[in-house]
Every structure is written in C-alpha cells, then in structure tokens.
Design a protein around this ligand. Structure first.
Ligand code: SAH
Ligand code: SF4
Length: 380
C-alpha cells in the first residue's frame, strides 16, 4: 500500500483511478494541493466529497504515527516521536523563533556513522526513511506550528542524510516544488560523505550545506567522526570548495565544543585556517549530554573565548542557542528513547584520558570503538 506522502503525482492519479473510480480531473489537483500547499490530511479536506475523503484515508494512510510529544522552552520547542513500518522510531523537533519556525527532521531511523558523542550514533542503524516519511515529518510540523509558519527545514535530526541520498533528494524536491519552500531555506547537515556532497553540487537546487566538522586535523577527527578515516579532511574540504563554487551558497561548519578535546586555542587556529578560505560560517554548539559519552560540553566562558578567537582570526562564528536539552531534543540527543545498543570492539592502539573512544557506558574497560558502518549503508 502507498503511504500518503510517498505517492508522486502520477501515483496519486493512478491510485484515484484504481481505488476511487471516475473523478473529474480537478479532484486530483484538489487532493494534491490539499496535501502540499494546505498541509491537510484527507479527513480535513472539506472541499472534497465525504466519500472521497474516507476512501483516501483508507487507501493512502500516513506512514508515521505519533507516539509521543514533549514540549520545552515554554512551548517554543516541540519534540515528536514517530513510529513507522518495521517498528522504526524517529524524532523531529519543531522550534519557534520570533520571525519564523524551523523543523529539524530525521532522514534515517538510527545512524551507521558511529560518532560516539551522538545519541543517534550510539544507538546504531535501524533503516533508511522513505521520501514520504521525511516529507510527512515536515507536513506534520506545518500543521502543529499553526498559526505560525514553518519557513526552514533542516535535515539535522536522526541519521546521515547523504547516506540515504535518493530518498532525501526526492523529499527535498517535493518540499521545494510542491510545498513551495525555497531551496535557500532547506539545509542538509552531513558528517562529510564526499560522494554525496559532489552529487549535491550537480543538482539544480542550491540547498544549504552544513558540514559537521568538529575537528580540523585528521588525527582528532578520525577519533571523533570515524568516517574521516575514509574521507580525510583534504578530500572533504576539496568537495566543500567545489560545492561552494558550483552553488554560490554559503557553507557552514558545525562544531560541537567538547571540554578539553576540541576547544583549545590550537583548535580555533586550525578551524580558522580551513573556514576562512571557504568563507564558511561556524556554528558552535556546546556538546549536549548523551547517555553514552562521558566528556562534557565546554563551559560558557571557554565557548565565548573560542568564538572570540575565531572572530579575531577573521571567521564568522555564532554560538547556537541550545533548545530542548531538558527533553533530549537538542543536537545529537535524538535516540528515539531506545536503549543504547552498541556493538563494541577493543581498539588496537591505546587511548588517552579524555580520548573520545576510551570510555563507554557499556561497562567495557579500556579503549573501544563503535563498529558500525558497512558497505550496505555507505554510498559510493
Ligand atoms: N548526520 C548528520 C546530521 C544529524 S546530526 C551530521 O552529523 O551532520 C546533527 C548535528 O548534531 C551534527 O552537527 C552533529 O555533529 C551534532 N551533534 C551530534 N551529537 C551532538 C551532541 N551530543 N552535542 C551537540 N551536537 C551534537
Ligand atoms: Fe550519525 Fe550525525 Fe550522529 Fe554522526 S553526528 S552518528 S553522522 S547522526
């Protein structure tokens, strides 16, 4: 059975013809408009005959059902937990700002990239989301936000969007073309899958690219972000340079500030050396706590000093306001309330105290590293 937002326009036409029978041609346009421009569920499309609404609800149900919702920041942050086929659990976070609302959506249930400081990475990979499931999170947020307007969509929830490229891109196209969101208001955040960045550069839509850098030297980035061992900084930065050239869009780097790990003067200097030539904007996020990571986020005075260092070195940097930490809705905390289920193996080399790969909640002594990514989940 097709789910509501997985149908493309010919798919909807076919479904109506097969399941409903002869309809005047304008009905198809009405349903499509109702779904995308008006963000209504079939049951709410009161301009349609009641029978058609009921039939649509039966033959094209939503893919996700709401399991729970948590509200924080005086109503300004809403985290929704969704259940999808195969017992997939994903989360989306709606954030209201004075001028606009932003929704942060998931692209996969879980993630295979194994960044130890991230709750999603700690829980491992479950499955890719379909384009319809990604779009549905956005449409649900549009309904939930009313009367506010959702102006920005960021793929910064659970999962690595560029590891699920085709479905993510199909979803972005739908948001762009059918919902009418400008590509400038769509952002993909990636841990640095170089092939995906290169594919993005060849697409017509100039969406924003955010790269989760966290370290600007390979030795440290290899530890924090295991995919760096496959795509080291030089390769990643070359792809970023080409993306910027191809699209003319400002690039941003995400940097989760981890106490004593990547928040020193040396780190600021190294970051500035890569960000400045690219004209990249740096978003600093003090590391949010997650169950499986012992190291703390950098304290406020050091965060300010790091931001100041960057500005002094000619780099635009902002400290991202933390939203929803008390409901585990902040960056890197999305784990869909699953128990941490890490597969761990001992590391061959020794670790230093504070080395991100050293301590783990699973009670395993000594250096460990997550074993997660395999050919089935990494694009080539
Ligand atoms: N997989 C993509 C998008 C999802 S993660 C990526 O890695 O970019 C969204 C952002 O949250 C990334 O910048 C990620 O590095 C950051 N993040 C992960 N865990 C975090 C934590 N514990 N504290 C702060 N930011 C975190
Ligand atoms: Fe995956 Fe991004 Fe989390 Fe890394 S930070 S494990 S890439 S979701």
């Amino acid at each position: 059975m097709s789910t509501l937002y997985d149908l493309d326009r010919p798919g909807l036409a076919g479904l109506l013809a097969d399941q409903v029978g002869d309809l005047p041609p304008y009905r198809e346009a009405q349903v499509w408009d109702g779904l995308y421009r008006q963000a209504r569920l079939p049951a709410e499309m009161t301009d349609l005959p009641r029978e058609l609404r009921q039939r649509l609800t039966e033959v094209a149900p939503p893919a996700l059902s709401l399991v729970s919702e948590a509200v924080a920041d005086g109503g300004l942050t809403v985290k929704s937990l969704w259940a999808g086929a195969g017992d997939a659990r994903v989360e989306s976070v709606l954030m209201h700002y004075p001028q606009r609302s932003t929704v942060c959506v998931s692209s996969q249930a879980g993630c295979a990239m194994g960044c130890g400081f991230c709750a999603t990475g700690q829980a491992g990979f479950q499955r890719h989301l379909s384009a319809g499931e990604i779009v549905e999170q956005v449409m649900a947020a549009v309904r939930r936000a009313r009367p506010r307007r959702v102006g920005n969509v960021v793929l910064m929830g659970m999962g690595e969007p560029l590891a699920n490229y085709d479905e993510v891109w199909r979803a972005l196209r739908r948001l762009h073309t059918d919902v009418g969101l400008s590509a400038r208001h769509l952002t993909i955040s990636t841990v640095g899958l170089v092939h995906g960045i290169r594919r993005m550069a060849a697409e017509p839509e100039p969406v924003n690219l955010a790269v989760s850098l966290h370290a600007a030297r390979d030795e440290l980035r290899d530890q924090l972000v295991p995919i760096n061992r496959r795509h080291p900084l030089e390769e990643l930065l070359a792809a970023c340079t080409d993306y910027r050239r191809a699209k003319g869009r400002r690039l941003s780097f995400e940097w989760a500030l981890i106490d004593g790990v990547n928040d020193t003067g040396r780190d600021a200097t190294e970051l500035a050396a890569v960000a400045r030539p690219l004209g990249a904007h740096v978003n600093l996020i003090p590391l949010n706590p997650t169950p499986g990571w012992p190291t703390r986020g950098t304290a406020a005075p050091r965060v300010a000093a790091f931001a100041h260092d960057l500005q002094r070195l000619g780099v635009n940097a902002t400290v991202r306001r933390n939203r929803g930490t008390d409901i585990a809705a902040a960056c890197g905390q999305l784990a869909a309330q699953r128990p941490v289920a890490l597969e761990l193996r001992p590391r061959r080399t020794g670790g230093r105290p504070g080395d991100p790969a050293v301590a783990h909640p699973a009670g395993i002594a000594g250096p460990v590293e997550p074993v997660r990514f395999g050919p089935e989940v990494l694009p080539h």
